[in-house]
Design a protein around this ligand. Structure first.
Ligand code: HEC
Ligand code: HEC
Ligand code: HEC
Ligand code: HEC
Length: 193
């Protein structure tokens, strides 16, 4: 029984070092330890970010691989990657995998509104910050207020993407920013970059 704590530390140490590494790489991605506002989920954002006139961000996201990022952890391939990395849990239950594939998986229930779905993987709020306090029309239309209430609009897009698209990803090969942005690009109408 006395050996137990020592063993637990030995077992957790690689995991702790591993997460430390990812965290130092994170740019301004909303990882669970930073969350100060509640998550509302893509359908809530999508109410106003759906039509062609609004820029169709919801549809663009739905067609992207990011919408499938949680599903990607529920395959035999994912489980075998997790096993190879020394994890004893399934990939979809392993914190070191969830942290780049999902938002809101290990936070206070009060910070997760009913419509939020972890299964939506890398979603609007993973990149733009948890939205409960900026989603109202009067705040949303004033960017300064929205940012003060938790909105994130990544300034250095390439560095931001590389917070997850990096060698910490077990399947990482390379990341060409221009090609990859072209696959998920979305804008405010008239503000193409
Ligand atoms: C009630 C409608 C509404 C909801 C709900 C809403 N938005 Fe918005 N959003 C807007 C409007 C209006 C703008 C301003 C558009 C403009 O300036 O042309 C905006 C702007 C934005 C911007 C651009 C800010 C800038 O000016 O650079 C982002 C990013 C954004 N919303 C993300 C989100 C996310 C993520 C959610 C869900 C958490 C969300 N919005 C929910 C209406 C909404
Ligand atoms: C993988 C991360 C990621 C996801 C997921 C994502 N976005 Fe974005 N979004 C960005 C980046 C990066 C920009 C570009 C910011 C810039 O350079 O102006 C952006 C830009 C925007 C803009 C325009 C901002 C502007 O000033 O022109 C809006 C509006 C927006 N996103 C809304 C959404 C909504 C709504 C969703 C979900 C349906 C979503 N985004 C999903 C990363 C993401
Ligand atoms: C929070 C972590 C995270 C961030 C930030 C992120 N991604 Fe991803 N991205 C993922 C994950 C996880 C996948 C794998 C999803 C899958 O395979 O279903 C992925 C897959 C992709 C894919 C499809 C796979 C491929 O290589 O063709 C593209 C394209 C992509 N991301 C572009 C971007 C761009 C551009 C940015 C920055 C604006 C970005 N991502 C930011 C986590 C992230
Ligand atoms: C640092 C962020 C990060 C971490 C941590 C991470 N992933 Fe990913 N994962 C990504 C990104 C980004 C992609 C898409 C591009 C790539 O492969 O790098 C991805 C893609 C995948 C894919 C899809 C590849 C394909 O064949 O389409 C699987 C499966 C996967 N990851 C499993 C895992 C497992 C299992 C873990 C935990 C042991 C894990 N990931 C941890 C970021 C991450």
């Amino acid at each position: 029984m006395q050996k137990y704590p020592t063993l637990a530390v030995l077992f957790l140490l690689p995991l702790m070092l591993y997460s430390g590494n990812v965290l130092s790489n994170k740019q301004n991605i909303t990882l669970s330890d930073d969350v100060k506002h509640a998550y509302v989920g893509v359908e809530t954002c999508g109410m106003c970010h759906k039509s062609a006139q609004q820029g169709e961000q919801l549809n663009i996201w739905k067609k992207s691989a990011h919408a499938l990022a949680y599903l990607a952890l529920q395959t035999p391939k994912a489980d075998s990657i997790a096993l190879t990395k020394g994890f004893t849990t399934k990939a979809a239950e392993t914190e070191a995998c969830l942290k780049c594939h999902v938002s809101g998986y290990n936070i206070d229930k009060e910070l997760v509104k009913a419509k939020f779905k972890m299964e939506d993987g890398v979603q609007c709020e993973t990149c733009h910050g948890a939205g409960n306090d900026y989603k109202s029309p009067s705040i949303m239309k004033d960017k300064e207020k929205a940012v003060a209430n938790g909105l994130i609009v990544p300034a250095d897009r390439e560095a931001f993407c590389k917070g997850c698209h990096n060698t910490e990803s077990p399947t990482f090969i390379s990341f060409n920013y221009a090609d990859q942005w072209a696959k998920i690009k979305h804008y405010k109408p008239g503000n193409e970059k």
